[in-house]
Design a protein around this ligand. Structure first.
Ligand code: ACO
Length: 402
């Protein structure tokens, strides 16, 4: 019963669109999604082909620059990034300030802001500054993430080993020890590479929109991407992969049957959702979830003890897919449904899952920020509102208030 025209006063017409469900905030040439058909393409290339044939750094190049690199461009790009993985020695000290129990997402967001204070020559809007920031971010975010993890375990932080590939370097910095050689497992290295490819961009999701909105004010790329990390941390966005594993563990610990759990979700009384299910855009199987599922089997073979959780997830998926509640609402597994299980089998604790998502999404955030800044018609992001508060009233002196 609100008279909207009175509330709007002289502000003119606005569209009221909660959650921006129908409002395009930008034009973009980076990612195409057809949510009904379950299609995802980066710069026109289907995600299935990239997951099969590309590497994360090559996909990052594609997402950011719009074309697949030539062999020479790729090797120069990998080389430039490899040479920037080190952090200033004082930045390493910074990690020791955090309590060991701190969640690695705020540590990563703080690390990005700290990185900006060490990045004088890449804070400006010149093409050289933006290139430097792009390479520096891609190179240093895995180092920041691994240091946050090492700190949480009270273990020594390893220097990057730049003879290794991007993925190997990150795995060694996360799980290696200074005095022991780190043994790689090809299955794990490739699965992580694929998982990061799948996360590389997803058009105007909550964190990428946040990056664009912050950057639209003229704020630098580090500040904008730190904002993206914070947006990603929520359980309805990147935090869902952690929530899925917690849900699976809780189901197993309580001994409740899958059927009863799904019934509880449908009743809505307990206020629980089936985590890792449903998506604002996908009203069909999330194509990323289908690819991840193939790798889940391979990686979980290495960790037999956790196979029961994969079986539980498969049963949960099957039960939900056959249920009219989920069918009518077009709720299918999303990217997070199986990714946590794989990360766990690789040895990462639950708290690191969203950090891994952030490493994967970084090329997307960078590409979205650059596209936004390159747009000559760019405007500061400034949504409108529908005011529903009090009309004008006179100030009441404190002694007259009841
Ligand atoms: N479990 C049970 N019911 C659900 C779920 C779910 N996971 N998701 C949606 N629904 C129901 C809603 O309750 C609603 O039912 P109603 O029509 O009876 O009220 C209906 O489906 C429509 O859902 P909305 O919340 O309106 O859909 P929206 O597009 O706003 O939300 C979201 C999408 C946030 C992803 C939601 O599906 C959800 O919360 N899923 C669980 C969390 C999750 O997995 N998030 C990861 C998303 S992917 C990513 O960020 C990478």
């Amino acid at each position: 019963g609100v008279d909207i025209s009175r509330l709007l006063g002289r502000t003119g017409n606005v569209t009221y669109d909660p959650g921006f469900a129908n409002t395009a905030s930008t034009k973009s040439a980076i990612t195409f999604i057809d949510g009904d058909a379950g299609i995802l393409r980066f710069r026109g290339y289907p995600i299935e082909q990239l997951a099969k044939q590309s590497t994360f750094l090559e996909t990052a190049y594609l997402v950011i620059y719009g074309e697949l690199p030539s062999a020479q461009q790729l090797s120069e790009w990998e080389d430039r990034i490899r040479r920037k993985t080190m952090l200033d020695e004082r930045m390493r000290e910074f990690f020791r300030m955090f309590p060991r129990r701190s969640h690695p997402m705020p540590v990563l967001a703080s690390g990005l802001m700290m990185l900006s204070t060490f990045s004088f020559d890449s804070l400006n809007d010149t093409p050289e500054g933006i290139e430097k920031a792009t390479e520096r971010l891609l190179a240093k975010v895995p180092t920041l993430a691994a240091y946050g993890y090492k700190n949480s375990r009270g273990e020594a932080m390893l220097y990057p080993d730049n003879s290794l590939s991007y993925i190997e370097n990150f795995l060694r910095m996360s799980f290696g020890y200074p005095t022991e050689p780190y043994e790689f497992n090809d299955e794990i290295t490739r699965a992580l590479d694929v998982l990061l490819i799948l996360h590389a961009d997803h058009e105007q999701n909550c964190s990428s929109s946040t990056v664009r909105l912050i950057g639209s004010s003229g704020a630098n790329i580090y500040a904008s991407i730190a904002g993206g990390v914070n947006a990603l941390s929520g359980p309805l966005h990147g935090g869902a992969n952690q929530a899925v594993l917690e849900m699976l563990e809780a189901i197993r610990a309580s001994g409740i049957s899958v059927k009863d759990y799904v019934q509880q979700v449908k009743d809505k009384k307990a206020g629980i959702k089936l985590m890792g299910f449903g998506h604002r855009i996908y009203k069909n199987y999330d194509p990323r979830a289908a690819i991840i599922k193939q790798h889940a089997d391979a990686v979980l073979r290495l960790k037999e003890g956790r196979r029961d959780l994969l079986n539980l997830a498969t049963e949960l998926e099957q039960t939900a897919l056959e249920d009219p509640y989920f069918q009518e609402r077009k709720l299918y597994p999303n990217v997070d449904f199986y990714s946590g299980l794989i990360y766990e089998a690789m040895g990462f604790p639950k708290e690191m899952f969203t950090v891994l998502f952030a490493i994967g999404r970084l090329p997307g955030w960078i590409a979205q920020w650059r596209e936004m800044r390159a747009d000559p018609g760019r405007k500061i992001g400034r949504p409108r509102q529908v005011y529903v508060g009090e009309p004008e009233r006179a100030y009441v002196p404190i002694e007259d208030r009841t």
